[in-house]
Ligand binder design. Structure first.
Ligand code: NAD
Length: 257
């Protein structure tokens, strides 16, 4: 068990990519905290289900990643962590001139500022341990842009910048910081964009998937949450100890175009 003895916190992980990463980290032997802003019986049952499936210690901690105090409290309540996965994210699709200001603020808070607050709270423990992995889930949209996603693209480019600064400050201390940049992965965040994209482009569902979403992904296939989990486990391995301050694209060739 490659990651036994390591403690991981995965923000925004009761669904989609975060959940996929939490499962793979637990499968690799890490003790894992899963998180979202809700506090339902299903959230705790999900943690119990992953624990039973993997044999690792998995628990759920509620914290709202739009709130700086909650971000820091998540790390404290977890008792610190060796592996921090900043994954929580939301999306909104609209033209800049019609983009609601409250959506802009929420996307910057959840997709970007939360990673700053959790990293700030987690680094002292990593420095003390002399080992740590910070993995930020950015996006192909952290490296390239598309119309109608101003806040998301600004936040994800910001995440890539934060990743580089984290890597430089932590360099030589046994700690790496990297960003995974997924292309399209069919998760609830993508499902929810399909109706907006249909409206904005005047297309039906299948045409939006093929001509708008996967048109940017030369493989013509969605990436999977298991592939994101496998990439995170690799970044936690000794083989990746000198990979820091960079981005790993898992995007079917999107950013090669
Ligand atoms: P998702 O909607 O399935 O998951 C988002 C997670 O964030 C959920 O667990 C949700 O509960 C959580 N979350 C939302 N608001 C929160 C808050 N205020 N506090 C705590 N948790 C909160 O979407 P996903 O596709 O799994 O997205 C996960 C990450 O991957 C996001 O950062 C997203 O931008 C990024 N990403 C996704 C894709 C894709 O195609 N799915 C591509 C590139 C990047």
């Amino acid at each position: 068990m490659q990651l036994s003895g390591k403690r991981a916190v995965v923000t925004g992980s009761n669904s989609g990519i975060g959940l996929g990463i939490a499962r793979e980290l637990a499968r690799a032997g890490a003790a894992v905290v899963i998180n979202s802003f809700t506090d339902s019986a299903e959230d705790h049952a999900l943690a119990a289900e992953i624990a039973a499936d993997t044999g690792s210690d998995v628990r759920y901690i509620q914290a709202d990643m739009s709130k700086p105090a909650d971000c820091r409290a998540l790390i404290e309540t977890a008792g610190g962590c060796d592996i921090l996965i900043n994954n929580a994210g939301i999306q909104h699709v609209a033209k800049i001139e019609e983009f609601p200001a409250d959506k802009w603020d929420a996307i910057i808070a959840i997709n970007l500022s939360s990673a700053f607050h959790t990293t700030a709270a987690a680094l002292p423990g990593m420095y003390a341990a002399g080992w740590g992995r910070v993995i930020n889930i950015a996006s192909a949209h952290g490296l390239t842009a598309s119309p109608y996603k101003a806040a998301y693209i600004a936040a994800k480019h910001g995440v890539v910048g934060l990743t580089k600064t984290t890597a430089l400050e932590a360099a030589g201390k046994g700690i790496t910081a990297n960003a995974i940049c997924p292309g399209y992965v069919l998760t609830p965040i993508v499902e929810k964009q399909i109706p907006d994209q249909m409206k904005t482009h005047g297309m039906d569902r299948e045409t939006v998937i093929k001509q708008v979403m996967l048109a940017r992904q030369p493989s013509g296939e969605f990436a999977t949450v298991e592939q994101m989990g496998g990439t995170a486990v690799f970044l936690c391995s000794d083989a990746a100890a000198q990979i820091t301050g960079t981005t790993i694209s898992v995007d079917g060739g999107w950013t090669a175009l």
